[in-house]
Write a protein of this length. Structure first.
Length: 217
């Protein structure tokens, strides 16, 4: 199974624990689902940098070309420095992304048209939902370049996983190690849950010695 397929069988908490154990950063604190999707979204990152206009226009609409050039294994990640006063993703983009089969979008900032995204069953993660349009306020500055999302360095071609608990990025060079360890963690947690249901004391089940380490197969 591909890395993306394996990630879709996990959750953000297992990946976060794996990143911690390996001494890697990657969890982006801030972006959350803007509608109550229970889906696990995972894919390859395509990046967009948004920001204030830096010269005369016209400009591409934020993320429009990235949507046109992406497919089912891609998750768009839009960096807008965490701004909450202006949207950089909306309903038309969600509709186009859904038609292209994109896995989802993560916005380090605000979006709008959350209800439309829900109707389309298109996963959107952002810091806030506001009605204020990007047009005339912010523009796309770059695409497919390294960005920073909630303090985390993100590079095109990295992996991302998002669910109801949040968003985590995985550097491409570490993906196999992170996924393999996250799978061990998820397996162990499944057995721990079964132990609790079987009546084993939770103090014993949750003891540090019961958790996978790098040395412990």
């Amino acid at each position: 199974m591909s890395v993306i397929g394996r990630l879709r069988a996990l959750d953000v908490c297992a990946v976060s624990d794996a990143l911690d154990t390996l001494g890697l950063a990657g969890v982006a604190l801030g972006p959350r689902p803007v509608w109550p999707s229970r889906r696990v979204v995972a894919g390859l990152v395509r990046t967009v940098q948004a920001g204030p206009r830096q010269g005369p226009g016209p400009f591409d609409h934020i993320a429009a070309r990235a949507v046109d050039e992406s497919g089912g294994d891609h998750v768009l990640v839009i960096a807008n420095d965490g701004r909450l006063d202006v949207s950089c993703w909306g309903g038309i983009l969600s509709r186009a992304a859904r038609a292209r089969g994109l896995a989802g979008v993560v916005v380090d900032g605000a979006c709008r048209d959350a209800g439309e995204a829900e109707e389309l069953d298109f996963p959107v993660y952002a810091r806030a939902v506001v009605p204020i349009s990007a047009r005339g306020r912010i523009v796309q500055l770059a695409m497919d370049t390294p960005i920073t999302v909630a303090g985390q360095a993100v590079t095109p071609g990295d992996y991302v996983i998002a669910d109801v608990d949040g968003v985590a990025f995985i550097p491409s060079e570490n993906a196999l190690d992170v996924v393999a360890l996250a799978e061990r963690i998820a397996d162990r947690e499944t057995r721990m849950a079964a132990d609790v249901l079987a009546g084993r004391p939770v103090a014993a089940v949750m003891h540090d010695s019961q958790f996978p380490t790098l040395e412990q197969p």
